[in-house]
Design a protein around this ligand. Structure first.
Ligand code: TYD
Length: 218
């Protein structure tokens, strides 16, 4: 995956009903309250392909072929990065993205697709500065879930998805946040991690700006 230039790109991952959307929204609220310019966005995106995915992939009884799923998510991601994420980062904003490429690795990987191939079709996607996993055991999540489950949400599937996510935590690609604590505790842990990352990025950018006197401010 490639690197973005400015801004701070955070993504939040987790199995279905892990609380990641609640946490992403709380994070956005806290950052805005702190005076940061924040864009909240999701995958599948709100673009044409993202809307198609919701209809054609997610809201049906039987899963479409997994290769088709993976390709559609990758196409949606390319469009999302180009149209939403990159422009926001170039303006120096903080982007909080609810699901990203790690969802493809975990969900389409859990369905049996080769991880390397999934990585290849997502090669051009920007690498986030910080990728968090809101981790909750699938058994806990399924008890929480009162609504109708989607095609992705069987216990077996959620276990496989979580195993892949945890593998990415071990590799250092995702930072695990214990999602079994109270909403407020999880939110506070998420905010601490993100603020730390923003500080580091700001310091690095400050050093770069100081050493390149001809470069204009972003
Ligand atoms: P979710 O964030 O749960 O959406 P909603 O707001 O509708 O609850 O994401 C929808 C589903 O899409 C989820 O089950 C995971 C799946 N998904 C993939 O399988 N691969 C991907 O690359 C992405 C982004 C999502």
């Amino acid at each position: 995956m490639a690197r973005g230039k400015h801004g701070v790109f955070v993504c939040i991952e987790g199995i279905d009903a892990s609380g990641k959307t609640t946490q992403a929204r709380l994070l956005v609220k806290s950052l805005r309250r702190g005076g940061f310019d924040v864009v909240y966005t999701t995958e599948p995106s709100r673009g044409e392909v993202g809307r198609f995915i919701r209809r054609y992939v997610l809201q049906r009884k039987k899963r479409v072929p997994i290769v088709v799923e993976a390709l559609l998510f990758a196409v949606d991601r390319d469009e999302h990065v180009e149209n939403v994420i990159k422009p926001a980062l170039e303006k120096g904003k903080i982007v909080v993205c609810d699901r990203y490429v790690y969802s493809s690795l975990a969900y389409q990987g859990a369905a049996g697709l080769d991880q390397t191939w999934i990585g290849q079709i997502n090669r051009l996607a920007l690498t986030p500065d910080l990728s968090l996993l809101i981790d909750v055991p699938p058994e806990v999540v399924l008890k929480r879930m009162k609504r109708k489950r989607s095609v992705m949400e069987t216990l077996r599937n959620q276990r496989r998805v979580r195993d892949i996510y945890m593998g990415m935590v071990k590799q250092g690609r995702l930072v695990r946040v214990d999602g079994t604590q109270t909403v407020e505790q999880v939110a506070s842990n998420v905010l601490t991690l993100v603020l730390r990352k923003i500080e580091v990025r700001t310091e690095v950018k400050g050093c770069a700006d100081a050493s390149e006197s001809t470069v204009s401010a972003v």
